[in-house]
Design a protein around this ligand. Sequence first.
Ligand code: GLN
Length: 450
Amino acid sequence: AHLARIADVDGELNAFLHVSEDDALATARDVDARRAAGEELHPLAGVPVAVKDVVVTAGMPTTAGSRILEGWIPPYDATLVERLRAARMPILGKTNMDEFAMGSSTETSAYGPTRNPWDTDRIPGGSGGGSSAAVAAFEAPLAIGTDTGGSIRQPGAVTGTVGMKPTYGSVSRYGLIAMASSLDQAGPVTRTVEDAALLHEVIGGHDVRDSTSLDGGFASFTEAARLRDVKGLRIGVIEELEGEGFAPEVRARFTESLALLEQAGAEIVRVSCPNFRYALGAYYLIMPSEASSNLAKFDGMRFGLRVVPEDHPTAESVMKATRGQGFGAEVKRRILLGTYALSAGYYDAYYGSAQKVRTLVQRDFAAAFESVDVMASPTAPTVAFRVGEKVDDPMAMYMNDIATIPANLAGTPGISIPSGLAEDGLPAGIQFLAPAQADDRLYRVGGALE
Ligand code: GLN
């Protein structure tokens, strides 16, 4: 049914870069056979899942939305993909994304933009717009996203889906094409909070192949999602992420969602995180710095595209021509920003200062969580904007991440839940934030709001 739905609507939406029909059907048939034989299977066995194209999949193309990886077939599965396969979940295919996960609209993909199923003139968010559009359009019941600065949560907000960025280290990064290694985290994109909890439990857990992977220390996500009880929970509204810059109806849906939680017994208080206002600036130094280093491996020798200039084919000219043609404008902008921020003479002023801000943001979180259990803000400042509207204005594009970035800088979890329809009848999202390894609190509050 999902393959048929993809065939019907994906010509218009462009949520998938690759559909792995044979692979998905083989897994589904195997599950049927095992069930018929009375085998005890995982609760998600047979439930299909779509995977963002920045996650490597053995035998399936993986492009990260870039020309430079066109035609590359990874020789191995990411740990999270191994775990999906171990649960016998059919993999429907690979979803579209901003090139190397740089963007908030899926418009920097080398393979064309993904459209928002609510209004195909609008963006589905980014960088994981393919995963969120696929779930919102019922092409897939579940999807995997990655969130470096908001790429699971902001697409969730603008497509009316649930997007969960787990605690850094909760889900293995082995087999994720790294964008900014200290910020990247994979997580679930789903239609319900309970689905997100189930999927998180499949893909999460310790992995010896990721040195930042956490070993235990998490309460059950599905039990928390099923509690449907927020009595006594203290929710802090972040003063700095509430007022100016957020669209009126997005704010209205946010306030209404909080009122529902209050009626259900939660206590709503205000908290201040004064350094959050510097988080966006710090992110756009740290993230390009790490990306400029991570992307150095795309040299025209090892992966995908290789452009050989006929007149002068040296290692250097091949590298220049391949990177010149293989990378898009946003990727080049970030490599330039990152190498500049890391260069001798500027390192302390830019990268060094950004790391100090990162510490201040972490301290804001620590101070706030002394008096509240979770914090809340709108996920994104506006509903989905129009395709093309912000594509020539990087600053306007970066502002989408204002509320999501602090959690990446701190390594703490965040979830976006639909909060209702706002401007132009389009979905808006409410974001909840919790301390590191308290991901269960997000499933608890999210489950109660559904
Ligand atoms: N929009 C942010 C950026 O462009 C977030 C990216 C992400 O989370 N992958 O960097």
